[in-house]
Design a protein around this ligand. Structure first.
Ligand code: SF4
Length: 362
């Protein structure tokens, strides 16, 4: 006889929309039931997007690591007077963008610290200068925190900032700065950041302006399973309304060099069980998302590969240059060769396909 748990997995595969309580139950399994959840998610993935594993050839350009905020989970940002501050001027940015172009990337991604001197125009100038040096490349940049910061600095509405950014060539926005969309958790890990309501408002504003975004979660620090479910529920609700999310990207917390871990507020990152369940439950819960990405930067390539047989269909980008996770203590984050992605995909019996930022085939 089937148990309640098995019935739930059969129902969700047949199209039942998981409730928050049911998602919570799936997050709480500890034994071999983890494989059952992963298997159901893999079947749903197969049904929704097919067998291909996708990736994007992209390059990161982080303009500066100087930041007015001090998020507890961040090992990347520097304060005025710290050692190791960098700020890339126009020449340097264009050199990096031109190099990216010669590497044949289809996407340049840029997110930076909140530089004390930045205004909305500074962001627009950076986007324009990237496009000048790498014409035709899709610019995936900024996030709701940067938009709110630019708006405050320039005394503009966030909507006007988004319009300015779009006119300067912003193709899609990063759905980062979401961390956990529960204010009590945000207060503990990044109290200077925008609130949940503000993040949601700016994301919806972007979607309405025709700027698609990714959706992320940063988990494995001090949030509970219930917080993870609340977060996913907010994303699903936004997607129902706007259909503006291109993909969901779970970001496993890298703890080593972060103030949050040193202060004993955060645990030492998610476990392998949690990493797998994050992907699988997201695939089952987010029934209005086509794409679930595994982050090889955050999880390492071996764990990322397991995510690909637990509901994920995308390996993210090649990167070429990465400094945010490296700053927090992650290793081998700079570049993942498509040949290695191919090996990983074939090893689980699937093919690898290159895509654009917006999931068109290349
Ligand atoms: S996460 Fe972003 S906003 Fe927070 S300290 Fe780091 S760079 Fe600054």
């Amino acid at each position: 006889m089937k148990t309640l748990f098995q019935n739930l997995l059969s129902d969700v595969k047949a199209g039942h929309r998981l409730t928050d309580k049911e998602a919570h139950l799936l997050f709480s399994v500890h034994d071999r039931q983890v494989w059952d959840v992963a298997r159901a998610a893999d079947e749903v993935r197969e049904e929704r997007v097919g067998p291909a594993i996708t990736y994007v050839l992209n390059q990161n350009i982080n303009v500066t690591n100087l930041c007015v905020n001090a998020c507890g989970f961040c090992g990347f940002s520097k304060k005025t007077g710290d050692e190791g501050i960098y700020f890339h001027d126009k020449t340097e940015i264009q050199k990096k963008a031109a190099l990216a172009k010669t590497r044949g990337v289809s996407e340049i991604c840029t997110v930076s610290g909140l530089h004390p001197a930045f205004t909305a125009q500074s962001y627009a100038d950076v986007y324009r200068c990237i496009h000048e040096a790498a014409p035709g490349v899709h610019l995936h940049a900024s996030n709701p925190m940067e938009v709110a910061y630019a708006a405050k600095k320039s005394k503009m509405s966030t909507k006007d900032v988004l319009v300015l950014m779009k006119e300067a060539g912003l193709g899609s926005m990063c759905g980062t700065a979401a961390e956990i969309l529960v204010d009590s958790v945000r207060d503990a890990i990044c109290h200077e950041k925008i609130s949940t309501a503000e993040w949601v408002r700016i994301i919806k504003e972007a979607h309405r302006l025709g700027i698609p975004t990714t959706a992320t979660i940063m988990y494995g620090h001090c949030e509970s399973d219930a917080d993870r479910v609340s977060h996913l529920a907010i994303l699903r609700e936004i997607q129902d309304e706007t259909h503006g999310f291109t993909e969901f990207v779970p970001l496993s917390f890298i703890h080593m060099n972060t103030p949050l871990f040193r202060a004993g507020i955060a645990r030492a990152g998610a476990t392998g069980r949690e990493d797998l369940l994050m992907v699988a439950v997201a695939r089952l819960f987010l029934d209005n998302f086509k794409n679930i990405q595994v982050s090889w930067v955050k999880e390492g390539i071996k764990m990322a590969q397991l995510g690909l047989i637990a509901g994920a269909n995308d390996l993210g980008g090649t990167m070429f240059e990465e400094s945010i996770s490296k700053g927090a203590g992650a290793l081998n984050t700079d570049y993942l060769d498509p040949k290695e992605m191919q090996r990983v995909a074939e090893d689980v019996g699937r093919s690898l396909k290159r895509r654009t930022t917006l999931y068109e085939d290349i």
